[in-house]
Write a protein that binds this ligand. Structure first.
Ligand SMILES: Cc1cc2nc3c(=O)[nH]c(=O)nc-3n(C[C@H](O)[C@H](O)[C@H](O)COP(=O)(O)O)c2cc1C
Length: 208
């Protein structure tokens, strides 16, 4: 029995978000093929995701100096630990996110900052950084208004490029992505693009 961690990166309701609807389609298909598995949902806009703020930096300094943390520092440090453990312990990972202003919503960056922890998800060696997250199935579902996989806007794509780099940095080098793009260019094409993405997700669901 595997545990899937589904990370929703969107403040919108599922009905208003194409990436969330695609993720729900995938998870429904996945459940049919893997009825014994469990799926935990982490909604980054509802979960308590700490930012790397003054309390977190202070907590890190105090840990290193073996000093006592304030209650706020302790709460944030423990929450970061909890989120990192959840990420490490999940058997499979599914991210669903929109493309905003040439990149991802800030909560995804906040989450990545929370789980990208030296000694836990990566460490530095004589030969440079090495990822510590064991390889596991990872699916990225992304919805974009324009087209960035090719053409004149390709150089402005700062989402997938970053995601691939940071996941590889932590050890997750092989992952699958379904990126529905061009959704806002021609409303007559939107449904066909989404249907193509749904079909890809249906195919992926059986062996994921
Ligand atoms: C705040 C915001 C910024 C956006 N920025 C871009 C952008 O830079 N490039 C683009 O192609 N689409 C952009 N879009 C369009 C979204 O990528 C597109 O509508 C996508 O379907 C959103 O995913 P969702 O339906 O899951 O929310 C933006 C949308 C919003 C709300």
């Amino acid at each position: 029995m595997a545990n899937v961690l589904y990370i929703k990166v969107n403040p919108k309701s599922d009905e208003q978000s194409r990436s969330s609807m695609l993720a729900n389609h995938f998870l429904e298909e996945y459940k049919q093929h893997h009825p014994e598995d469990t799926i935990d949902k982490l909604d980054l806009y509802k979960a308590d995701i700490p930012f790397l703020d003054v309390d977190v930096f202070s907590a890190w300094g105090k840990f290193a100096a073996h000093e006592e943390l304030t209650e706020t520092e302790m709460i944030k440090a423990l929450r970061m630990d909890e989120l990192t453990s959840q990420f490490l312990e999940a058997d499979k990972l599914v991210f669903a996110t929109p493309f905003w202003n040439l990149s991802y919503p800030p909560m995804l960056k906040a989450y990545i900052d929370t789980i990208c922890i030296a000694g836990k998800t990566f460490h530095y060696t004589e030969n440079g950084p090495v990822g510590l997250v064991p390889e596991k199935p990872l699916l990225l579902i992304e919805a974009r208004g324009g087209i960035y996989s090719e053409g004149p806007a390709a150089a402005m794509e700062n989402s997938y490029r970053y995601f691939k780099t940071i996941m590889g940095f932590m050890g997750l080098k092989n992952f699958t992505s379904v990126i529905a793009e061009g959704l806002d260019i021609d409303p007559n094409q939107t449904e066909a693009i989404l249907e193509e993405a749904r079909q890809k997700l249906t195919e992926i669901a059986s062996d994921f």
